[in-house]
Design a protein around this ligand. Structure first.
Ligand SMILES: *[C@@H]1O[C@H](CO)[C@@H](O)[C@H](O)[C@H]1NC(C)=O
Ligand SMILES: *[C@@H]1O[C@H](CO)[C@@H](O)[C@H](O)[C@H]1NC(C)=O
Ligand SMILES: *[C@@H]1O[C@H](CO)[C@@H](O)[C@H](O)[C@H]1NC(C)=O
Ligand SMILES: *[C@@H]1O[C@H](CO)[C@@H](O)[C@H](O)[C@H]1NC(C)=O
Length: 409
């Protein structure tokens, strides 16, 4: 009898441990029209399916509550401890009949649609999230959003899921509620199904972890959020790119573009909502020149530019590899011995039509806030693990090089 008990007990620990290790896994899909990546989960007592665009730079989850009914929905009251954690601003009320998104004495939220560049006045609320494998995250804090403010979001999505470094960002809340370490990983697909996994383990099925390189996540001392308090650091993810190489050769660039100054200007961040990597003009121009030269050395033929791209080539002069078109490699060189993020053809080139491919980087002009914003096209089929316990980013570069992909890890 006692051995039966201890077996059960042991089994319970084992099941718990497997869950704890796997974390919460959500699907990631790409919307080809906008290059946005979105995920799907269920919210509330009626398990309403929500499709939300993921945004590494956004502070929390918001979605349209127009059709939302749930008897576990609860507004966050003004002045409550949770309102403090959420950094709620003011107190909002509503003169219409009560429903989700319309309650009195509610902690003020300002959900932001980056595609419209608008902040909307709403209130914070909480409700239960369920995943497809029926894991539940109770009392997840989010905000409703007026359905007039969904413009710019991928078709079929009604919200955005914020993964920035805040107390109420999606990963932080999920990890906290499920007792997992504050880590999340992202494997955005070019097609098919990728993964967003919270609390580890990105790839329990395969040996991918020994392909990953690691680089510190650095803090920009000045907030990049649409509203913030003076003195707040940025809650976006910056890495310390030191130089850029094309086919192994470093571009000659001023170091000041790569560093972040006291006003928060400069440096490199990662964005899931910027379609193509955007570079300061003074980086963009030397990069395209060096790429053009290296491409011409490989007998790749230039053709007329196609806006917004400046370096375009005839597809039939480019051979194919497992990791896309065979073009000069671009490396983002990071601190440490031989640590770099390699951008191969599938991530560096975009197909315009059957005959034309262009270098998939855009010119951000001569005064961008951030010198390098690594965008969605460059993230496809790359595994990224954000470890906020040790403040490290682990990255794979293109999985295609290893004959792997986000849908197969
Ligand atoms: C709410 O439901 C209506 C009717 O099904 C639909 O037309 C509308 O798009 C939905 N709104 C949102 C924001 O999902
Ligand atoms: C909010 O309070 C006002 C004033 O008491 C009341 O008229 C209104 O119906 C309330 N709204 C909700 C959503 O409960
Ligand atoms: C990239 O996104 C911008 C801003 O949303 C949009 O104006 C532009 O058309 C997109 N570029 C391409 C090539 O799709
Ligand atoms: C690549 O992976 C696929 C599917 O896992 C496998 O069938 C194929 O043999 C692999 N190709 C090479 C060259 O390793």
């Amino acid at each position: 009898m006692s051995s039966f008990h201890s077996t059960l007990f042991f089994l319970a620990i084992l099941i718990y441990a497997t869950h704890a290790q796997n974390g919460l896994i959500l699907p990631l899909r790409k919307d080809p029209k906008t290059s946005q990546f979105y995920t799907t989960f269920q919210m509330g007592s009626n398990k309403e399916a929500i499709n939300a665009v993921i945004d590494l730079g956004a502070q929390y989850l918001w979605f349209s509550c127009d059709n939302y009914t749930s008897n576990t929905y609860a507004p966050i009251p003004c002045g409550s401890a949770k309102c403090d954690v959420a950094k709620g601003i003011g107190c909002v009320g509503c003169n219409l009949p009560p429903r989700p998104g319309c309650t009195n004495n509610t902690c003020g939220a300002s959900p932001f649609n980056p595609f419209l560049n608008v902040l909307v006045s709403e209130g914070f609320a909480e409700d239960t999230l369920s995943s497809r494998d029926n894991r539940k995250v109770p009392q997840l804090i989010f905000s409703c959003m007026g359905s007039d403010y969904l413009e710019g979001l991928a078709k079929g999505t009604t919200g955005m899921l914020g993964l920035a470094r805040t107390e109420i960002s999606f990963h932080k809340q999920v990890a906290g509620k499920l007792n997992l370490p504050d880590k999340f990983s992202l494997c955005p697909p070019s097609s098919g199904l990728g993964k967003l996994s919270i609390g580890y383990q990105a790839s329990p099925k395969s040996d991918i972890s020994n392909l990953l390189k690691s680089t510190p996540l650095i803090i920009n001392p000045v907030s990049t959020a649409p509203i913030y308090t003076e003195g707040d650091p940025s809650d976006e993810y910056f890495i310390d790119v030191k130089s850029i190489r094309v086919n192994g050769e470093a571009l000659s660039l001023k170091n000041s573009y790569f560093t972040i100054d006291k006003n928060g200007v400069g440096g490199t961040k990662i964005s899931t909502i910027q379609n193509y990597t955007a570079l300061h003009s003074s980086i963009y121009k030397p990069l395209t020149r060096a790429f053009d030269k290296a491409a011409s050395d490989m007998k790749i033929r230039s053709v007329a530019a196609v806006e917004p791209f400046r370096a375009c080539y005839s597809s039939d002069s480019i051979s194919k590899t497992r990791a896309g078109p065979d073009v000069p490699t671009i490396d983002l060189v990071l601190p440490g011995n031989d640590i770099y993020w390699r951008i191969s053809g599938a991530n560096s080139m975009v197909e315009i039509d059957r005959k034309t491919m262009c270098l998939a980087f855009v010119d951000a002009g001569s005064r961008p806030r951030t010198s390098i914003v690594i965008g969605a096209h460059q993230l496809e089929e790359n595994l990224l693990e954000f470890d906020l316990v040790s403040s490290q980013l682990k990255f794979s570069s293109s999985l295609l090089v290893q004959n792997k992909s986000c849908s197969r890890i």
